[in-house]
Design a protein around this ligand. Structure first.
Ligand code: GTP
Ligand code: MG
Length: 355
């Protein structure tokens, strides 16, 4: 699963990308970057860390997601000059919005206004989607002469009666509740305003703890907001773990915003983790929320899905409390589940299979 980092020029996209993925791509106050970068971020997970202290495994493997750093966009008359091709391919967007003042770094709009920049990107996504929908409708209109298939007729109805009016009313599609069938129908269009969005507000260092945090920017359906100060996050990342905690509490924070941002991204993608445990390896596996036990097995190996017999399931807290799977079995808290069982976030799953 991939998230695309986008936003106006010089908002801190590459700085964020480096922090998320422990990369070292060049950042610059003046030179405009033109390259994209792709790298993997480890998803921080306290549950996994707790399991590792219990098992002391040789290998600890966290879940990962991929980020793409897309070069900054300048503002043209009608809106952002988006790199649409790259944005279409990602599963979700990270919009980095500048809230920090710095006279050295030119804001393409000449002033700092986070609400304006957020609305402006949203509108550009909507207009790009509208163009695609209009084009498709025109094509279906032409096909009407030879008669539409039942499928095409349903598609036309969806686009004409639901999607186009919403876009014309400047509603991002991510905020709409659509039936599964409608979502499937739309998937092929890779519509931009339908993609979940994480807004990262890059605030000035002294505004981080402040309660005044940009009230006009709220979370909403399929949209989360994380307030960060990227230079501070960078400082935190350089510190050894014990000092990180002191530094955070001195700032009145519980958790690095960076961790929150990655977890929010994971959540926005509709992903959850289940765990496997042992002395060799404690590992998080990524599945979509709502995945059956049998399909979840495929995350590990296709043989497990093919030869699935049953899954032994126990919540992670339970193992921490009782110290082993065997103890959970004795206590009767280890459950046997069949192939249709829907795996929940944070469960330890041991698969029985036969191929
Ligand atoms: N003062 C200040 N400077 C920052 C902050 N975040 C990033 N910068 C600086 O802004 C400049 C641009 O940062 P980048 O991360 O390269 O920004 P970008 O969005 O990737 O830029 P483009 O890809 O060229 O659009 C760098 O010199 C950063 O050090 C911040 O919170 N405060
Ligand atoms: Mg950049």
């Amino acid at each position: 699963m991939q998230l695309g980092i986008t936003g106006l020029a010089k908002t801190g996209k590459t700085t964020l990308f480096n922090l998320l993925t422990s990369s070292h791509e060049a950042t610059d106050k003046f030179a405009k970057s033109t390259e994209s970068h792709v790298a993997i971020a480890k998803v921080p997970d306290r549950r996994l860390d707790a399991l590792a202290t219990l098992y002391e495994p040789q290998k600890l493997t966290p879940a990962t997601i991929q980020f793409v750093d897309i070069p900054g966009v300048e503002h043209r008359a009608g809106g952002f000059d988006l790199n649409l091709v790259q944005l279409r391919e990602v599963d979700a967007l990270v919009h980095v919005v500048r809230a920090f003042e710095d006279p050295d770094i030119l804001h393409p709009q000449g002033s700092i206004d986070t609400a304006r920049d957020i609305a402006s990107l949203d509108l550009d996504l909507i207009l790009a989607d509208l163009e695609i929908v209009e084009r498709r409708l025109a094509r279906l209109e032409q096909s009407q002469k030879r008669g539409l298939t039942a499928d095409e007729a349903r598609e036309r109805e969806l686009l004409d009666e639901t999607i186009r009016p919403a876009l014309e009313a400047e509603t991002p599609l991510r905020t709409m509740e659509l039936a599964d069938a409608a979502e499937r129908r739309l998937r092929g269009f890779q519509l931009l305003s339908a993609k979940p969005m994480l807004v990262v507000l890059n605030v000035a260092e002294d505004e981080l703890g402040a309660a005044s945090q940009v009230p006009s920017v709220g979370s909403g359906p399929a949209r989360e907001v994380v307030v960060m100060s990227l230079p501070i996050e960078d400082e935190i990342a350089q510190l050894p773990p014990a000092e990180q905690r002191d530094f955070l509490s001195a700032l009145g924070l519980e958790q690095a915003s960076l961790d929150r941002a990655i977890r929010a991204a994971y959540h926005l993608l509709g992903l959850i983790s289940f765990f496997t445990v042992g002395q060799d390896e404690v590992r998080a596996w990524t599945i979509r929320r709502g995945t059956s036990a049998r399909r979840a097995g495929a995350a590990i190996h296709s043989d497990i899905e093919r030869g699935f017999i049953r899954a032994e399931v126990v919540p992670w807290e339970e193992i921490l409390e009782r110290k082993s799977i065997a103890a959970c079995r004795d206590a009767g808290t280890l459950r046997l589940e069949g192939k249709e069982y829907v795996v929940a976030d944070g469960e330890i799953v041991h698969f029985r299979f036969n191929v």
